[in-house]
Design a protein around this ligand. Structure first.
Ligand code: NAD
Length: 326
């Protein structure tokens, strides 16, 4: 089975590719290796993947001709689309980046999935689609019509486009609503990474929402386990029901355990043995007060639940951080 993975130089794409390459899957990896964050991290991830025989193509998914060429030459049977402009705060200052990568890029990928009869398109969505929804834990059947920022809106748009392609062309699609994924080789733009860096370097940390915000932190190995299980759970079209069932699903990929930001900082302080210098600030524009995933659907379909708690996961991350930046 040939799998095309986009965003392979990224945090989740790197771990997923490494996991599947070790299981001897034939992987084609795509990324434009942009400089949104520390390029060394992306090039080091790619080095490891190339040593594991990754067939890597450096392209921008917003470039239709390049995406068409890859599908035409590689003919993957499964596509796991993770490339996107991530980050909530960056979307306030750089809106067009999100339209190019997350909207146009997504269209180029899904249109080729249709054209080349891909068996299963899986794509990264986000807990951000829950936006201003206050009802927790967030469940897949909750209304997601109130995105709090453009990043959330771009991911919600992907879910809608995917649904329409599943409906029109019976293309099986699975949206993965990730909840704050963290771990070794993680993203320097995310709070857990910045906190660790600044605490270790004795610099102050900016604590938004006065530390009274909650996040459902999901350890990377649990995320990879969930994605790999879902590859073979292909949404099916079912015409026997009264309402025609469209082969489009979305899943929360979360830990289902929400952590108060203040407590989270204390865990980093305990692990590093260093007290944080805290700079308390109000909530930032576009931020969400609380994320909390219901993972009943994931468990019912795959029989798996995340197993890594926040103490254990942060210890693993900080061990990696200290060895990478020594
Ligand atoms: N990490 C999280 O907590 C989290 C949470 C929710 C959703 N997600 C989503 O999961 C996916 C992977 O996230 P990640 O944390 O690995 O992010 P990441 O930024 O580390 O990885 C994304 C990769 O995509 C590449 N990319 C971006 N735009 C591109 C383009 N136009 N053409 C080709 N490549 C491009 C980047 O260079 C990067 O290597 C993204 O779609 C993200 O929105 C992540």
């Amino acid at each position: 089975m040939k799998i095309l993975i986009t965003g392979v130089a990224g945090f989740i794409g790197f771990h997923l590719s490494q996991y599947l390459l070790k299981k001897n899957f034939d992987i084609v990896g795509v990324d434009n290796v942009n400089d949104y964050y520390d390029l060394n991290l992306k090039t080091d991830r790619l080095k490891i993947l190339k040593n594991n025989n990754l067939n890597f193509k450096k392209i921008n998914i917003a470039d239709k001709t390049k995406v068409d060429e890859i599908f035409n030459s590689e003919r993957p049977s499964v596509v796991i689309h993770l490339a996107a402009q991530a980050g909530v705060r960056y979307s306030i200052k750089n809106p067009y980046q999100y339209i190019a990568s997350n909207i146009v890029g997504f269209q180029n990928i899904i249109e080729n999935c249709r054209k080349f009869n891909v068996n299963h398109l899986m794509y990264a969505s986000s807990s951000s689609v829950y936006g201003l929804n206050k009802k927790t834990p967030f469940a897949e059947n909750h209304i997601t019509d109130n995105p709090a920022n453009l990043y959330g809106a771009s991911k919600k748009s992907n879910e809608l486009v995917a649904f329409s392609y599943s409906n029109l062309y019976s293309l099986p699609t699975t949206g993965l609503r990730f909840f704050t994924v963290y771990g070794p080789w993680g993203r320097p733009d995310m709070a857990y990474f910045k906190f660790t860096k600044n605490i270790i370097e004795g610099k102050p940390i900016n604590v938004y929402g006065n530390g009274e915000m909650y996040r459902d932190f999901t350890y990377i190995d649990d995320v990879i386990n969930a994605i790999s299980k879902l590859i073979d759970i292909i949404p099916k079209k079912n015409n026997n029901q009264k309402i025609e069932h469209v082969p489009a699903e979305v899943y929360n990929i979360g830990n289902s355990n929400t952590v108060l930001l203040k407590d989270f900082i204390e865990i980093i302080e305990d692990i590093t043995g260093i007290k944080a210098i805290k700079n308390y600030l109000p909530m930032q524009m576009g931020d969400i007060y609380k994320t909390y995933a219901s993972i009943n659907k994931l468990y019912n379909q795959t029989g798996i639940k995340p197993t890594t708690n926040i103490n254990e996961g942060l210890r693993l991350f900080i061990n990696w951080y200290r060895s990478f930046y020594k």
